[in-house]
Design a protein around this ligand. Structure first.
Ligand SMILES: Cc1cc2nc3c(=O)[nH]c(=O)nc-3n(C[C@H](O)[C@H](O)[C@H](O)COP(=O)(O)O)c2cc1C
Length: 201
């Protein structure tokens, strides 16, 4: 088993049975403008709510805006780098996902905060997939701009912006993104990252 990731091949094949939400989820870019119901939005955050976290601290915090709140929606969209903004601003739901960086009970730094946010975002994403929604997470945004525009306190750190909505036809995308939208997802095979032994010398 090689120990460096650089030389591994990737594959589109599923090596075992999967929950349908895991098997079919994809970070798409073509969004329908169809709005989400309040119930659907609530259900996404409820999924995040029940994620595990270190000491049950639940360090995740979300600021969201729907397209029906154009001022706030535009503020969030304006934090995205251009390569993301070009497609993500059409998504009817934009979320800034952030963490409280310290534990509530003692003020000490929570080194697991981002790990826990990732778990909550994964739960949210799978719930969204089950509802027929697409979630696309983006690290490509200006943190400082988000902090300023959303008045994010020093105790919090924005980590990703998420674009969420029902999928639309790839035809609405610029040519360079159309191809990526239709491409099959691929991954390193399990051989590349699963060990049932100590690392080789
Ligand atoms: C933390 C994080 C940051 C990401 N940032 C971006 C981004 O800025 N722009 C983008 O188009 N995709 C972004 N993605 C999406 C990844 O590129 C995508 O998840 C990956 O290529 C695998 O594709 P899949 O989600 O369709 O399986 C990000 C995903 C994560 C989890």
């Amino acid at each position: 088993m090689p120990t460096l990731m650089t030389t591994f091949p990737k594959s589109t094949v599923k090596e075992a049975e999967l929950l349908p939400e895991i098997a079919t989820r994809k970070s798409l870019r073509a969004y329908s403008t169809q709005p989400l119901t309040n119930g659907a939005i609530k259900s996404l955050f409820e999924a995040a709510r029940w994620a595990p976290s270190s000491s049950n601290e639940q360090p995740w915090v979300y600021v969201y805006a729907t397209a029906e709140q154009p001022e706030l929606h535009k503020k969030i969209a304006s934090t995205l780098v251009e390569a993301n903004a070009v497609w993500a601003k059409r998504a009817p739901l934009l979320i800034v996902a952030m963490v409280r960086t310290a534990f509530i009970r003692n003020g000490k730094p929570n080194v697991s905060a981002k790990y826990d946010l990732g778990a909550a975002n994964a739960f949210l994403t799978l719930q969204a997939t089950q509802l027929g929604l697409n979630v696309h997470q983006m690290g490509g945004f200006e943190k400082e701009k988000a902090i300023a525009l959303l008045n994010i306190p020093e105790t919090h750190e924005p980590v990703v912006v998420m674009a969420i909505g029902y999928p639309d036809s790839p035809e609405i995308l610029p040519d360079n993104l159309k191809e990526r939208e239709l491409a099959l997802r691929e991954r390193y095979t399990q051989e590349a990252f699963v060990l049932n032994d100590v690392f080789p010398e």
